[in-house]
Design a binder for this molecule. Structure first.
Ligand SMILES: [Zn+2]
Length: 396
């Protein structure tokens, strides 16, 4: 653990050290330093980024024999290495990693819920809790407890202990996964856990912890959360959304949700009313069409704003007034139906036989079919062809 400067000085942003080795691996170089400020990926925390002798680091990982390898796109040479850490990114990791400790500690200490996993990425952070469900009330109460710990600005201590000392540690929440060099992170007097990541030195630096989403996943509850600036940016965004909505609905921030719910209810009512009126209009239309029908054939084009669903309604209304073959078009879709019981008319047959001549695609049954055409002209061509075929049937 001697060569892990990031453990001893997690706030160090620049560091001069020596290059031990630089080995070509394909198009990249694997570089080992005498000591490093760059955290290798592990324990749910991503690898640090930064530069070595101004060359950007692509990745940092730890080998099974505990060497830390820095992956570079070019050879940094031999001798001195000037290391510069991508500090904003690291601080984001430190805040969110410490935030995870606080969330996990509260859920365990206060609600006896153990943490099953943690994942930190550049744009989100998650904690998986070993519980299949979490009530909104409990979640809110936990957030409050976590933020109290932030405000108390407790020291976040890190130290190494032996396996024997582990069993004596009264605050230890989880058993270590290694049997030597066991690194403990302790939220002063409240919680301790073996951990290999980087953390802030006092809980106050976490700034704020806010859970923004929960998800049930394989019997666990996954919490998506944000800390510090990220939580604040989220608050800013949501504040903007709520104040804009409040202005739009001439309401206050606190009443806007009730207003929106009220408006949605009103919208549903209006939609039901519109559906009823449209049905009445279709009944009137059906009477007019049946009255004007030449023989048994009714052809009509419904305006597009009536919607596709209106066509079967109109067809049913027409067929309830007598025996007809009805062709109803809505945009480029045509519906065919008839109730001429003793005739050989076959709607599906018309579609199968004639639609391909007009690039139409569709199908159905003897008494009902629908077909879609690429243009209005093609649809009209098909309707004329059906009418001509009916005339032929009549004439013969
Ligand atoms: Zn940790």
């Amino acid at each position: 653990m001697q060569n892990r400067q990031y453990y001893r000085y997690p706030y160090q942003r620049e560091y001069s050290t020596r290059i031990i080795s630089s080995t070509a691996e394909g198009s990249e170089y694997h570089v080992v330093l005498a000591n490093t400020i760059f955290y290798p990926e592990g324990g749910g925390q991503p690898a640090d980024s930064g530069t070595i002798n101004e060359i950007p680091i692509l990745d940092v990982f730890e080998t099974p024999d505990h060497r830390i390898v820095h992956v570079l796109p070019q050879d940094p040479g031999r001798g001195d290495a000037l290391c510069k850490l991508d500090w904003p990114r690291r601080f984001y990791h430190m805040q969110h990693h410490t935030g995870q400790h606080l969330l996990s500690a509260v859920f365990f200490r206060v609600y006896s819920v153990q943490t099953a996993g943690f994942h930190l990425a550049d744009d989100y952070a998650t904690v998986d809790l070993d519980t299949a469900s979490l009530s909104p009330e409990l979640l809110k109460a936990s957030e409050l407890e976590v933020n109290k710990l932030v405000q108390q600005n407790l020291a976040v201590k890190s130290y190494f202990i032996t396996a024997a000392e582990c069993s004596e540690h009264s605050l230890l929440r989880k058993a270590p996964q290694v049997d030597s060099d066991i690194r403990i992170i302790e939220i002063d007097g409240f919680d301790a856990v073996p951990c290999c990541g980087t953390h802030v030195s006092h809980t106050g630096e976490v700034g704020m912890v806010k859970v923004i989403k929960t998800e049930r996943i394989r019997g666990l509850t996954r919490l998506y959360y944000r800390c510090g600036q990220e939580a604040f940016k989220d608050y800013q965004f949501k504040h903007d959304v709520i104040t804009s909505l409040a202005v739009k609905f001439s309401s206050s921030d606190h009443d806007v949700l009730d207003r929106v719910n009220g408006e949605l209810e009103r919208k549903s009512e209006l939609e039901r009313e519109l559906k009823k009126l449209r049905h009445k209009l279709l009944q009137v239309e059906a009477h007019q069409l049946a009255g004007r029908a030449a023989g048994r054939l009714v052809v009509h084009c419904l305006p597009a704003d009536f919607g596709i669903d209106s066509a079967p309604v109109l067809i049913n209304e027409i067929l309830s007034l007598g025996c007809y073959l009805v062709l109803i078009a809505v945009e480029n879709r045509l519906f065919l139906a008839h109730n001429l019981q003793d005739s050989d008319l076959d709607c599906a047959g018309f579609v199968k036989e004639l639609a391909p001549l007009f690039d139409g695609r569709g199908g159905g049954k003897k008494d009902f079919a629908q077909v879609y055409f690429p243009s209005a002209d093609k649809l009209e061509g098909f309707v004329s062809a059906v009418a001509a075929m009916l005339d032929k049937v009549k004439d013969s």
